[in-house]
Design a protein around this ligand. Structure first.
Ligand SMILES: [Zn+2]
Length: 297
């Protein structure tokens, strides 16, 4: 199914729902795609249980056909980012209320080993050197995000093991696994301060006030300069029209300020077969340590 460029660099980003690829790490994907890296987004679920978050799109015919609408939005975002994308075929778990059980058959209710199988097959076929996903917390406590983390870690491990799932293709060892550090408290703080200093109204103060300023659990090992791709990221975000309201929330802060105070997307290198950066050292390339030798075969 995939035409692989022999010896090329390949990046796989695993997400829970359509729109997650555009809100977390999208400028990074657009940058690598523009540089000729083969970039693939794997989307675990169809986002069928997501609410319509944009009042302009909250219409009965949209709600009635949300799975199709979100597939079309995803196709548009994929084109804008210049990447490939594949759904893994699971059903959105929704965001259950406190004490509410998960809906039967949903993604987060699957056994991890079983749910990892489509991703094992995809990793063995696409052969990415680098994989990106969420950390253990999911980045935010949606059951599908936590499940995406578990499934990705399980699939990366299983894909490398020739003894496991021999029917799903030949083994492939992913060289580096990264976790997103997107939408961190420090990011909100930097934007909030920059806007306030310039006499602009920031909507982020309330959020920051309720967010304890404790040191982040995961170190920033990697910063990818991608300010030039913020416009592409924003266009991809807006393509998910049911999920994003123009000018509100993430779309509200001035982009020139963001380019100035936070021109990178940041990551935590969780596993690496390449020499890891030293303590306090920050990588500027997801493929750092992997470029030599790639291209030979
Ligand atoms: Zn999501």
């Amino acid at each position: 199914m995939f035409t692989r460029h022999p010896g090329g660099l390949r990046l796989l980003s695993v997400h829970a729902h359509p729109d997650d690829e555009s809100s977390k790490g999208a400028a990074t994907l657009a940058r690598y795609a523009a540089e000729g890296v083969d970039v693939l987004v794997a989307t675990c679920t169809g986002g069928e249980r997501g609410s319509v978050l944009n009042p302009a799109m909250d219409r009965p015919e949209v709600r009635a056909d949300i799975a199709r609408v979100r597939r079309e939005e995803m196709a548009a975002a994929r084109e804008i980012l210049g990447v490939r994308q594949q759904f893994l075929g699971f059903v959105d778990s929704g965001m259950p209320g406190e004490g509410e059980p998960l809906p039967e058959g949903c993604f987060a209710a699957q056994p991890v080993e079983l749910a990892a199988e489509p991703l094992v097959a995809l990793i063995r076929e696409f052969r990415p050197q680098v994989v990106i996903t969420y950390d253990e917390t999911g980045g935010y406590p949606h059951p599908d995000h936590v499940m995406t983390h578990r499934v990705t870690v399980a699939a990366v491990e299983a894909a490398a093991d020739p003894e496991r799932h021999p029917g799903l293709g030949g083994p492939w060892q992913v060289a580096k696994l990264y976790y997103h550090l997107a939408l961190s408290r420090a990011w909100f703080q930097a934007l909030h301060e920059a806007m306030t200093e310039r006499g602009l109204r920031s909507e982020m103060g309330e959020l920051l006030a309720g967010w304890p300023d404790t040191p982040p659990a995961l170190a920033t090992t990697t910063r990818i300069a991608c300010a030039e791709q913020f416009a592409v990221r924003d266009a991809a975000m807006l393509a998910h029209a049911t999920q994003v309201q123009p000018g509100v929330a993430f779309m509200a802060h001035p982009r020139d300020i963001e380019r100035e105070v936070w021109p990178t997307e940041d990551y935590h290198l969780a596993r690496s077969l390449a020499p890891a950066p030293g303590a306090g050292e920050v990588e500027t390339d997801l493929f750092a340590g992997l470029r030599a030798g790639v291209g030979a075969g």
